[in-house]
Design a protein around this ligand. Structure first.
Ligand SMILES: NC(=O)c1ccc[n+]([C@@H]2O[C@H](COP(=O)([O-])OP(=O)(O)OC[C@H]3O[C@@H](n4cnc5c(N)ncnc54)[C@H](OP(=O)(O)O)[C@@H]3O)[C@@H](O)[C@H]2O)c1
Length: 283
């Protein structure tokens, strides 16, 4: 069997890095995209592509068979980021494209994420769309500062339950979809095995750290102020506040069987996540 070359967009990120590792282990040739020119020149396995400017998209897709696409966080118009890559994949007639958006992205056809999904669905290419729920990993990345500094997770999530998913499971799903055709042209909402409040995740983190980590419900405006203060663009902050609104109303609580269906493995639960993330949330 000839080895396939698979382009991973966001390959240094939470999900992309895990997919790249799994695909290499399975024998595929992996091309990792990066927006950092210095990083791209450091290894023949890496390729420069800047999705914010559209620079080098054509070259990055040269010689590949399949691609995994994401829109990096920070950009509210995900369609503008993803569409040039979908068009390039179509021009080159790739064997398969797996696109990761987010659970809820298909609620309205006019949303930027959904427009990209529709473009891929209509491309004529073999595809999968995966829509993960909120990641467990947010607690050891985006929210880790509050956990380490003050033992607090302060978010406008109310007491709503969310079926958080582990990035490891998302990567297992994506790697599988990139290597088999059994599920071609289907879309999947990906969730963890149970729906939990942010307070319940805080309790699970407390257990592994031996510190009392508390969840505090805050106003959306308070989070917006923090995110703007951290330098995030206003339109992306508005997007974050919008999706936190859906979360707080309970729209992210459903549980799906997709991870088990595709990988054959049950999705990781909160205790498996916190055991693995222990070192990241320690002081
Ligand atoms: N976090 C959640 O709870 C959640 C839930 C559902 C869906 N999602 C979706 O997941 C996606 C993010 O995935 P992730 O968390 O795995 O990503 P991540 O860890 O934030 O990594 C983002 C990647 O994008 C690359 N990147 C940044 N700017 C770029 C640019 N201008 N051009 C090209 N590449 C660029 C970065 O690599 P370089 O610096 O090397 O370029 C990095 O590898 C988003 O689309 C988000 O909507 C997230």
């Amino acid at each position: 069997m000839t080895q396939e070359t698979i382009l991973i967009v966001g390959a240094s990120g939470t999900v992309g890095s895990l997919i790249a590792k799994k695909l290499r282990e399975s024998g595929a040739i992996v091309k990792e995209s990066t927006s950092r020119k210095d990083v791209a020149t450091s290894s023949s396995q890496k390729v420069f592509m800047n999705l914010a400017t559209g620079e080098n998209i054509h070259e990055a897709f040269s010689g590949i068979d399949k691609a995994f696409l994401i829109s990096p966080p920070g950009y509210a118009d995900q369609y503008a980021i993803l569409s040039p890559m979908i068009q390039e994949a179509k021009r080159r007639g790739l064997k398969k494209v797996v696109l990761m958006t987010a659970m809820g992205a298909n609620a309205v056809d006019s949303s930027p994420f959904r427009r990209a999904e529709i473009e891929l669905e209509k491309s004529g290419l073999a595809y999968n769309i995966i829509r993960p729920n909120w990641f467990f990993q947010n607690f050891n990345t985006f929210w880790v500062h509050g956990i380490k500094q003050s033992d607090i997770i302060a978010l406008p999530a109310k007491e709503a339950k969310t079926s958080f998913i582990d990035a490891e499971d998302i990567a297992n799903v994506a790697a599988k979809l990139l290597t088999v055709s059994t599920f071609d042209n289907q879309d999947f909402d990906l969730t963890g095995p149970q729906a939990l409040t942010h307070g319940e995740v805080a309790d699970a983190i407390s257990k592994v750290t031996g510190r009392k980590i508390s969840y505090e419900n805050i106003l959306p405006e308070t989070l917006a102020k923090t995110l703007l203060g951290a330098g995030l663009p206003k339109d992306y902050v508005d997007f974050m506040i919008l999706i936190f609104g859906f979360l707080a109303e309970g729209y992210n609580s459903k549980i799906t069987e997709s991870v088990k269906l595709i990988t054959g493995l049950a999705p990781r639960n909160v205790n498996q996540y916190t055991q693995g993330a222990k070192a990241h949330v320690a002081k």
